[in-house]
Design a protein around this ligand. Structure first.
Ligand code: AMP
Ligand code: ZN
Length: 466
């Protein structure tokens, strides 16, 4: 069946045809691992996961790369400010590599909790310095890049067209632009490919331009090219990537290979919190742990994300999050009822649902409508294993772990815990987050003494009264 995907490049939905029969090649901009990923970030990876799952459901094999940015992402996308990794390292008094390892581990743990499939290739920026230097060298040789005392810059005036992805009007923006940081730049919108390291910069490498480090945009271009070639099928990211990061990735690739690297560019809209922007200073950049502490499971957050199309804004409040938690429990109960049902359903009815579901997800990943079909089946007056099996099939796309519904329901039935026990459990969760295994074990023993057994399962911690 045909798949329609919205392409930011052409600003329309278009029919998807992979470039080769073998694999659909996808590149997704991944996290900068200087801090905990928040629920806004995870909206982006949930979208990425829906795309993966829909393509696989349609029978495609994937070669999907996601990067881990562990160097070079400056505080502002416009080449200003400190490297986010270095800043975090200074603040936490740790080595930037330790910071990267710590936050990447938590990121992948959270991906698992959301049942987000891991892309086939995870590419860490610091493992690909050689490829990046080669890329920059190529651009210098072809006359697309030049050296200043601060680094190597891309000369946008050498391109036939810039920008191509966004509707940015450079002249207007230049008029209102902030004062440039580098007066040696030829054009205000030239951007850094490679940055010469100041004395106190920790992450730096030998290069033809001395001790230095990569710019954020070159990381994705070089790693995408290494694993997926000069041209691949789909590139994903958040809408914030459109005007700078992806625009500049395209510029770099056009400079080196003459090609826009991906055929389709897909972008997920932002998650808002309490009707406004998320921000560290606003104190509303919630993590999955913070949601969980308020009784909202990661999978309930996923279900919440399915209430809006990926190209629509979505507003999170604890109230709507808790409503999704209730909905998730109802979904599990409904699924178990279907599993235990004995009604006979005509095959044509099953087929009808199947076709409708496929047409819906293939229409630019319309997850809210797909969930509408799921609820229709759950609420059907007939109850049947055939419906349960159909829902399990749909769950290949949804990734809501419906197969374990019974287990989740049993876990939820566990007794209300006294405050003292709850506090100990929270303390233990924090200890585990900080990889303080000794403290975690100590608290487990204390809980045991008080008559509660904790078990650590893939889905999280469970507590039972002895
Ligand atoms: P970062 O780790 O800052 O590079 O961001 C990781 C991903 O999260 C990027 O794809 C961003 O576009 C995306 N992102 C950041 N904030 C939000 C948000 N509030 N809603 C949706 N996606 C977001
Ligand atoms: Zn990127």
């Amino acid at each position: 069946m045909k798949i329609q995907l919205y392409n930011t490049l052409t600003r329309e939905k278009q029919e998807f045809h992979p470039l080769t029969e073998e694999n659909v090649r996808i590149y997704s901009c991944g996290p900068t691992v200087y801090s905990y990923a928040h629920i806004g970030n995870f909206r982006a990876y949930l979208f990425m996961d829906s795309l993966r799952r829909v393509l696989k459901y349609n029978g495609y094999n994937l070669k999907h790369v996601m990067n881990i940015t562990d160097v070079g992402h400056l505080e502002s996308d416009a080449d200003e400010g400190e490297d986010k990794m270095e800043k975090a390292a200074r603040k936490e008094n740790k080595d930037p590599y330790e910071i990267a390892k710590y936050y990447s581990d938590i990121f992948f743990r959270d991906m698992e909790r959301l049942k987000i499939e891991k892309p086939e290739i995870i590419a860490k920026a610091t493992d690909h310095i050689k490829e990046m230097i080669e890329f920059v060298k190529g651009l210098v040789e072809k006359g697309y890049a030049y050296e200043t005392s601060r680094g190597i810059y891309f000369d946008i005036s050498k391109l036939d067209k810039y920008p191509v992805l966004s509707n940015r009007k450079l002249d207007e923006q230049i008029a209102g632009a902030r004062v440039d940081v580098d007066e040696e730049k030829r054009n205000p919108y030239d951007f850094a490919l490679w940055i010469k390291a100041p004395e106190n910069h920790i992450m730096k490498w030998e290069s033809p331009w001395g001790l230095s480090y990569p710019g954020w945009h070159i990381e994705c271009s070089a790693m995408g090219r290494k694993y997926l070639g000069d041209e691949f099928d789909i590139h994903t990211g958040g809408i914030d990537h459109i005007p700078t990061h992806h625009e500049n990735e395209i510029a770099q690739s056009k400079g080196l290979t003459g090609k826009i690297p991906a055929k389709i560019w897909m972008h997920v809209e932002f998650l808002q919190v309490d009707g406004g922007k998320m921000g560290k200073s606003l104190g509303n950049t919630y993590t999955l742990d913070e949601l969980q502490a308020k009784g909202i499971e990661p999978l309930a957050y996923k279900l919440f994300c399915f209430t809006a199309h990926y190209r629509a804004k979505l507003n999170f409040t604890f109230e709507t999050g808790l409503a999704s938690q209730k909905a998730l429990m109802r979904l599990r109960e409904g699924f178990v009822k279907q599993q235990e049902g004995t009604d006979e359903i005509e095959e044509s009815k099953i087929k009808e649902y199947e076709d409708k579901f496929l047409a819906t997800i293939n229409d630019d990943l319309n997850m809210p409508s797909a969930m509408g079909i799921v609820w229709e089946i759950i609420r059907n007056e007939k109850q049947s294993k055939q419906f349960a099996n159909l829902l399990l099939k749909f769950d290949e796309v949804l990734g809501l772990d419906l197969a374990n519904s019974k287990k989740y329901l049993e876990m939820a039935k566990e007794i209300d815990l006294p405050e003292e026990i709850n506090n100990l459990i929270e303390k233990r969760k924090q200890a585990r987050l900080e990889k303080n295994w000794a403290l975690s074990d100590e608290i487990r023993d204390e809980l045991k003494e008080k008559g509660y057994i904790v078990k650590d399962t893939k889905e999280g911690m469970t507590v039972e009264k002895v």
